[in-house]
Ligand binder design. Sequence first.
Ligand SMILES: *Cc1c(COP(=O)(O)O)cnc(C)c1O
Length: 226
Amino acid sequence: MIKENIVQIRENIEAACVRAGRNSKEVTLIAVSKTKPAAMMEEAFEMGIRDFGENKVQEILAKQPVLPDDVRFHMIGHLQSNKIRQVLGKTVLIHSVDSIGLAEQIQAEAEKRDLYVDVLLEVNVANEDSKYGFSSKEVEDAIRKIKNFTHIHIIGLMTIAPFVENPEENRKVFKELYQLYVDIKTKNIDNVIMSALSMGMTGDYEIAIEEGATMIRVGTGIFGTR
Ligand SMILES: *Cc1c(COP(=O)(O)O)cnc(C)c1O
């Protein structure tokens, strides 16, 4: 099923890009493999998937040794400070920098180890109590602080949209994050690139692409229910 799912999702990505007048090369499909065994990830790997999303550091550490070297792990879940030391150097991108304090701790550990860490700032666009992240209003201030951290590069923004019955309801969330992304990009803030916009999951990735996503995070749609 995994192979068929990936074929279907790629077709959907392509169609969404056509509707939006975008090139599908701008969109990276991240296969969210949390809770799923490495054997299932290998099936996706055979289909050309190299980017995998995980929300637990322990799972990244367990899976990385058994998967091919060119697998790229994305940390997409809330990062606890006591896990920073273990995760640094294991991921291509941390999508979930959700506080200045976390950025400070990543900076301190990265400096100690002489590592440079690419991150996205997580934005709680819909202001849900249950979600981590900066509010849309706080993001620019946060960027202006974190840009001074020598071992962190902010390369974009991420959001987890609300769970909704009809994915169209999330279009406004994606529009708002895209606008924020463009506004910040336009300001050309030093040491801040703004080249990645991570939004859209199984239920709403096509809409996220129509609204400008450059990374979509699809779990259930590839690997089945968790
Ligand atoms: C689990 C998860 C996903 C994938 O969700 P699906 O609905 O299974 O596609 C995407 N992003 C984050 C941050 C997640 O935790």
